[in-house]
Write a protein of this length. Structure first.
Length: 396
């Protein structure tokens, strides 16, 4: 709507008079920002309401992705809007410089895998690489005009940051809040390192679905179970069927004998069983997949470590001891055939979790690690969360 000239609200004069953008304009703006490094530092006045933005520090592993720049620009809009509304805004910025990504970047760039490096030389190379990549990322963040507190940029590998996490550890340790524990973790037997979920890629790979006969202890007959991991029979602690699976209604509560190893394990009715996969009955072993991990925890089963950190079968695997997983799988299939426990082997395509560095299938191996007790503080945490206002509330 066209308003009479005198009624137009005053918008102030634009700072830039030019009608088209010129990259050279930025030089002056950047210089002005540089002259005022504390422009966006967090400095609340007395009684000024505080608005905290919980930004995850970006992870430098190459040039900053345009999608990430867009996401941070949206955070920036929120920060600027709340400053204009009179709130003291904490908009921190840091770089997450730990982890596997930078190691992989160095391996790719030099064509030399981690294990062929001298440790100190490799760390030095990673430092050099992350310095360049990290600074590049920071430069982009400043240049696109994010109003973060760049005067206090933090780095997760800095001495200060490490001292801070160590101080937390030292505070909680005497209170007994940290403990060592054995928990299954994603493990790459080629890199011989635990993996974070982000380091795993799921790939469709050819696999053998092995159909095996488990003798039912009371009542006779066999329960047929299909698995892609017959080398884990030694670590089988239970088998499960779906509670609604009409084929197996009479079985839960009974036991079966595990072929090749002879342990007797319970048949359990559980909704994690997939009636459409294989025979619909599945073995629960430590650990073939994420479902196994959940089942061992829920049913409080005692895990058996059948595969070690180098991807070889352990003592617990008996006649398979010392073999790599693939060779052990073949040998287990042969042995099942010899003993008449093999029904058939079916070629399938299986979604296989692999290490994004070595592209090798990962294992789930129990390893000793530090854990922080949290469950006993659940109510306190909930109460604290309700003393803050979350936007949007679903992030509470
Ligand atoms: Zn790996």
């Amino acid at each position: 709507m066209a308003l009479p000239h005198s009624d137009r609200p005053s918008m102030g004069e634009p700072t830039l008079k030019e009608k088209a953008w010129e990259p050279s304009f930025e030089e002056g703006i950047l210089a002005a920002w540089k002259a005022e490094p504390n422009l966006y530092a967090f400095a609340p006045a007395r009684r000024q309401p505080v608005y905290v933005i919980d930004t995850p520090p970006p992870y430098p592993s190459g040039s900053w992705h345009i999608g990430a720049v867009m996401a941070y620009s949206m955070i920036d809009m929120i920060a600027r809007a709340h400053r204009m509304l009179g709130l003291a805004v904490l908009f921190p910025f840091g770089l997450d410089r730990n982890g596997i990504n930078i190691e992989r970047t160095v391996e790719k760039k030099t064509g030399k895998p981690l294990h062929r490096w001298d440790r100190e030389a490799f760390i030095a190379e990673c430092r050099k690489e992350i310095e360049a990549i990290g600074n590049g990322l920071l430069e982009v963040a400043i240049r696109v005009g994010l109003s973060a507190d760049f005067a206090h940029t933090y780095y997760t590998d800095s001495d200060e940051y490490r001292a801070f996490s160590q101080a937390i550890f030292l505070e909680l340790w005497p209170k007994g809040l940290f403990y060592r524990g054995e928990r299954p973790t994603f493990w790459c037997p080629v890199c011989e390192t635990p993996l974070a979920e982000a380091d795993i890629e799921y790939e469709d790979r050819a696999a053998s679905l092995v159909w095996m006969k488990f003798p039912i202890l009371s009542g006779g007959g066999d329960l047929t179970i299909a698995t892609t991991r017959p080398e884990l029979l030694a670590a089988c602690r239970a088998v499960m069927v779906h509670p609604d699976d009409a084929r197996y209604r009479s079985l839960p509560g009974k036991e079966v004998r595990v072929p090749l190893y002879g342990q007797e394990v319970p048949i359990i009715a559980h909704p994690n069983a997939k009636p459409e996969f294989g025979s619909g009955a599945a073995m629960i072993c430590s650990y073939g997949d994420m479902v196994d991990i959940a089942m061992f925890r829920d049913l409080r089963l005692e895990p058996v470590k059948a595969i070690d950190e180098s991807g070889r079968m352990t003592e617990a695997a008996g006649f398979l001891k010392g073999l790599k997983v693939d060779a052990a799988r073949e040998k287990a299939i042969d042995e099942l055939r010899v003993r008449g426990a093999l029904e058939k082997v079916e070629a399938i395509v299986h979604k296989t979790p692999t290490c994004s560095r070595s592209l090798n299938p990962i294992e789930f191996i129990s390893s000793d690690a530090w854990y922080l007790k949290q469950l006993e503080f659940r109510e306190d945490l909930k109460r604290a969360a309700h003393e803050m206002e979350f936007r949007p509330p679903r992030h509470r």
